[in-house]
Design a protein around this ligand. Structure first.
Ligand SMILES: O=C(O)CCC(=O)C1=CC=C[C@@H](O)[C@@H]1C(=O)O
Ligand SMILES: [Mg+2]
Length: 373
């Protein structure tokens, strides 16, 4: 798509703290609130685009944290962004390649430019990246619950809300029995399990037992940075393996697909360093017939909107971890909030991310603001 260069005048970092409605527990830790950045990029016409940093406060999921995101954005990425005009958002990942990894920091900044670019073109972000869908399927990721009864009750509510797929968190000692019980109570629901790297190849017998419950996939059973051992596992497992933590780039996706380490990939914009790299992985997986779906990072509204746009690409084949704003937040920072109807989210038709910033809500959660010119 041809475009005139973007001349950025300033970048504003808004640091926000938002309390989750209920704590989210995984095999590696519990989150009670989100401390993150909204990145606002402003060009010489006064157009504004917004991105969101998705790293958690602790380096439990990947090595990045809110602090490392702030350091890398302010000392390296924002100066690189302001250095010269931007011809197209796809060029930013190249410009940022002098900084190794730090993918969530890169994605947060790139996301703001993608939104601004689509707004200047007066088209929705989904269209700007090649998305065709008018609605996407919503799934929900259920944290580890204190008791089985509580877990069943929580799932019951999500099923009543219409979610099309339930993702359960599993870990050694809390796996086969839990999945069996949930399957017994919900015989027809599309269900999958996420282990967040809690297993090793020694657990292969346990993982094999999960096959009888018709899981659509098992997400990231082995090491967070492993591709090779997952290939050994996948060759012995009936259930498709989905990789999350292991896929940080197109190169990782190629290695995993070529080795047969997985049959599905969970795409998260932050984990792979931005929308441009996510599109490249999507296009490669489409060629290779490996379905992808959109993961979540307990995003506030801006990050959620980016996920919705990404999931409108054609090869997103399963419901994403893209739930309603109200699943995590008492009040989101966008207007309107994201809602789920009959298990689906309608793609917004407004330009850019398609939702407005609710400045009153954003300012209520903001603990600091920095302006870079
Ligand atoms: O954003 C959501 O709703 C999904 C959250 C979710 O399942 C995860 C977020 C971050 C780390 C993990 O616990 C997990 C995942 O691995 O996908
Ligand atoms: Mg995961």
């Amino acid at each position: 798509m041809e475009s005139t260069p973007i001349y950025l005048e300033k970048v504003i970092l808004h640091r926000l703290v938002m309390e989750l409605k209920t704590p989210f527990q995984t095999s590696f830790g519990t989150f009670t609130d989100k401390d993150f950045y909204i990145i606002e990029a402003v060009d010489n016409h006064g157009s504004r685009g917004f991105g969101e940093s998705v790293a958690f406060p602790a380096p439990w999921y990947t090595e990045e944290t809110g602090h490392t995101n702030h350091y890398v954005m302010t000392d390296f990425l924002i100066p690189l962004l302001l250095e010269k005009p931007i011809n197209h958002p796809d060029d930013i990942s190249e410009r940022f390649s002098v900084v190794r990894r730090n993918n969530m920091a890169k994605a947060a900044v790139e996301g703001a430019v993608w939104d601004l670019y689509a707004k200047r073109k007066n088209i929705p972000l989904s269209k700007a990246i090649g998305g065709k869908k008018t609605k996407i399927d919503a799934g929900v990721s259920v944290g580890i619950q204190p008791t089985l009864d509580k877990l069943l009750a929580v799932i019951d509510n999500y099923v009543a809300d219409g979610y099309k797929r339930i993702k359960l968190k599993i870990k050694p000692g809390s796996d086969v029995d839990i999945v069996r019980e949930v399957r017994k109570h919900f015989p027809n629901i599309q269900m999958m399990a996420d282990a967040n790297s809690a297993y090793t190849l020694n657990d292969i017998d346990t993982l094999k037992q999960l096959a009888e419950f018709g899981l659509t996939m098992i997400e990231q059973p082995l090491g967070y940075n492993d591709i090779y051992e997952h290939s050994i596992l996948q060759h012995q497992l009936q259930t498709p393996v989905c990789l999350d933590e292991s896929i940080n780039s197109l190169a990782d996706a190629k290695a995993a697909v070529e080795l047969g380490s997985c049959r599905v990939i969970n795409l998260k914009i932050g984990r792979v360093g931005g929308i441009s790299e996510a599109k490249r992985i999507h296009d490669y997986c489409r060629q290779k017939n490996i379905p992808v779906w959109c993961g979540g990072m307990l995003e506030a509204g801006v990050g959620r909107a980016h996920n919705i746009a990404l999931a409108s690409l054609p090869h997103f084949m399963f419901p994403g971890d893209i739930s309603a704003s109200g699943r995590y937040w008492h009040q989101d920072i966008i207007k309107p909030e994201v809602t789920v109807q009959n298990g689906e989210i309608n793609l917004p038709e407004q330009p850019g991310i398609g939702y407005s910033i609710d400045w009153e809500a954003l300012e209520a959660h903001r603990i600091s603001k920095q302006v870079f010119t």
